[in-house]
Design a protein around this ligand. Structure first.
Ligand SMILES: Cc1cc2nc3c(=O)[nH]c(=O)nc-3n(C[C@H](O)[C@H](O)[C@H](O)COP(=O)(O)OP(=O)(O)OC[C@H]3O[C@@H](n4cnc5c(N)ncnc54)[C@H](O)[C@@H]3O)c2cc1C
Length: 551
């Protein structure tokens, strides 16, 4: 194919767009990213990178860079609940500091059998790492300050009309494919005429309605809060609920609170916003607002379609979450991981057309699943009704606090210990997954049961040499051989060579690993999903490889 025919244009430079650029650039696909902002996000939106996202960052070699951003290495990432942040503590879920993560994960098993723990750090900083990683790739061109206004799918290529916002210069770009990573107001989705489906406008006491986030500086705040440090401080009382998130662990914070019906965000003064924070704090402390951002909680929306012709949609452009559970940005990253290798494989010639159409099939079902989990958490915290005496220094107040503590301790462990959500997403029923007829474990938010039933994440293990099994896999497909005397796999090697399919043969003769995988052989996709498993190469290996590569 000509150079031009292999190029991909990405609209949007948030997490989805930058991650897709990295996945494509790492595979030498010429990629042009156009984003209408001057740079990466200027507001700390998402504040949690889930463990599965961290595993993908590890696969690409920059998990350590992400692990180092945000809070200091020894800052606990606890989630804590208070009547008011500087007053009574109601509940606390203790979570490790970033500096402990890489040692701790090696000691865990079962649901937390993983290469990485989550990282609690702001999207503000994560996007900078993603941008720096994308900039290192010679096939990736990032152009910030360019807005995509329209596109035309010409059947054999796609053209894009874009405007440089500062100079007003208009240009047309052409590529083989266009990917809309242009967020919730996606220009591309609108032009395609795809609608979100699901719930919007759900009203809850908290996390269901119009919200205002204020990002501020308050060097004295840690001295005002008498309680042990936390990453998230939730204020739960009958008059002012809100969530305070530590951004840098020194002086920067974000406070998110819900506006009451009739409160118009454009007419709210900084002083009014500060007063709302002070009510939730239950004390006075000088704060300097850096920026404010209104947003809407209570959305459970997934677009009806994720692709049409040469145009794909990813991230918020096709799914909108309530932030409970911290899944919006993470689901966007996994969209990019899923599409990245498929698009590159197709453009390089070893992937077939069914690989491209499998993107929507696989990712739409995960978007429906994940938005559903987020809604459940929003109901759990948003519909909790704080007792009117919760704050009182009376026996009734103390009893109400004890009762609220039981509820909130349970809720915290449900929302913030979610290995089932992060590792358990599956692509069952996808045409490029070869089912072996076994039934996968039940889908549950808080429990992850490692399983090599094709369609799910390849079960993780630490190897004898201290590496993660994932570190031993190839960058594209891997055939894992788990017996000291593995079955003959020359058929795989030859069929892969004929197809131009990059296949790494990975020998890990370990009885425990063989038990974990329930088979002698497992074929693992570039996104670390088990595509097939068996005890011997099938007679028609070529057909197997054709299926998993959508040929
Ligand atoms: C207050 C808040 C808290 C949140 N907390 C969490 C959390 O804890 N965990 C979590 O996972 N998620 C959270 N989220 C959600 C998360 O921020 C989003 O899901 C995530 O940013 C989606 O990434 P994206 O790349 O799809 O879209 P975006 O981040 O919206 O990026 C879209 C990009 O496209 C650009 N763009 C838009 N239109 C055009 C155009 N026409 N041409 C060119 N460029 C364009 C934009 O400038 C932007 O750079 C939160 C969101 C909010 C508002």
């Amino acid at each position: 194919m000509a150079e031009l025919d292999r190029s991909v244009i990405i609209a949007g430079g948030g997490p989805a767009g930058l991650m897709l650029a990295i996945e494509l650039g790492r595979r030498s696909i010429p990629t042009l990213l156009l984003s209408d902002r001057p740079s990466t996000t200027s507001f700390p939106q998402a504040n949690a990178t889930q463990a599965r996202t961290m595993e993908h960052y590890r696969r690409l070699g920059f998990a350590a860079a992400v692990r180092s951003i945000g809070l200091p290495a020894d800052y606990p990432t606890d989630v804590a609940y208070f009547t008011r942040i500087a007053r009574h503590e109601l509940a606390r879920f203790e979570l490790p500091a970033a500096g402990a993560a890489s040692d701790l994960i090696k000691t865990l098993s079962g649901s937390w059998s993983a290469a990485e723990l989550p990282h609690r750090g702001s999207q503000l900083y994560v996007e900078r790492v993603l941008r720096a990683e994308a900039e290192k790739l010679k096939h990736v061109t990032l152009r910030f300050g360019w807005r995509v206004e329209a596109f035309e799918d010409r059947g054999d290529r796609v053209t894009v009309e874009a405007i440089h916002l500062e100079s007003g210069e208009k240009r047309r770009f052409a590529g083989a494919y266009l990917c809309g990573c242009d967020g919730g107001r996606s220009t591309l989705r609108r032009q395609l005429g795809f609608h979100y489906q699901g719930e919007a406008g759900v009203a809850r006491d908290y996390m269901g309605g119009r919200m205002l986030s204020i990002w501020f500086r308050a060097p004295a705040l840690y001295r005002v809060i008498p309680n042990q440090r936390a990453w998230q401080y939730w204020a739960v009382n009958a008059t002012q609920r809100g969530l305070l998130v530590a951004v840098d662990g020194h002086q920067e914070f974000v406070f998110m609170f819900q506006l009451r019906p009739g409160e118009d965000e454009s007419r709210i003064s900084d002083n009014w916003a500060k007063a709302a924070f002070h009510q939730a704090l239950g004390a006075e402390c000088p704060i300097e607002i850096i920026q404010r951002m209104p947003w809407t909680a209570g959305l459970t929306l997934v677009a009806e379609k994720f692709q049409h012709g040469r145009v794909f949609l990813l991230g918020d452009a096709v799914h909108l979450f309530t932030p409970t559970g911290g899944l919006g940005y993470n689901t966007a990253i996994e969209d990019a991981v899923n599409l990245g290798w498929k698009l590159a494989a197709y453009l390089k010639g070893w992937g077939g057309a069914a690989l491209l159409s499998s993107y929507e099939i696989e990712r739409r079902q995960v978007a429906l699943r994940n938005t559903g989990f987020a809604r459940h958490f929003a109901n759990s915290i948003g519909n909790f009704v704080p007792s009117p005496v919760l704050d009182e220094e009376t026996r009734a107040g103390a009893a109400a606090r004890a009762e609220a503590g039981v509820y909130l301790n349970h809720h915290a462990r449900e929302e913030f210990n979610i290995p089932g959500i992060t590792f358990g997403a599956r692509y069952d029923g996808s045409p490029i997954i070869l089912s072996d007829g076994t039934v996968p474990p039940a889908d549950s938010a808080n429990v992850y049961v490692p399983s090599a039933t094709p369609g799910g994440r390849a079960p993780h293990a630490w190897l004898g040499d201290g590496r993660s099994l994932y570190d031993a896999l190839g960058f594209e497909f891997s055939l894992l051989r788990l017996r000291p005397k593995p079955p003959d796999t020359t058929g795989f090697v030859e069929a892969a060579r004929r197809r131009g399919l990059p296949l790494a043969i990975v020998d890990q003769p370990d009885a425990a690993l063989r038990d974990l995988y329930g088979a002698d052989l497992a074929l693992i996709r570039p996104d670390q999903i088990v595509a097939w498993r068996g005890n011997a190469a099938p007679d028609d290996v070529d057909r197997l490889l054709a299926s998993v590569t959508g040929a």
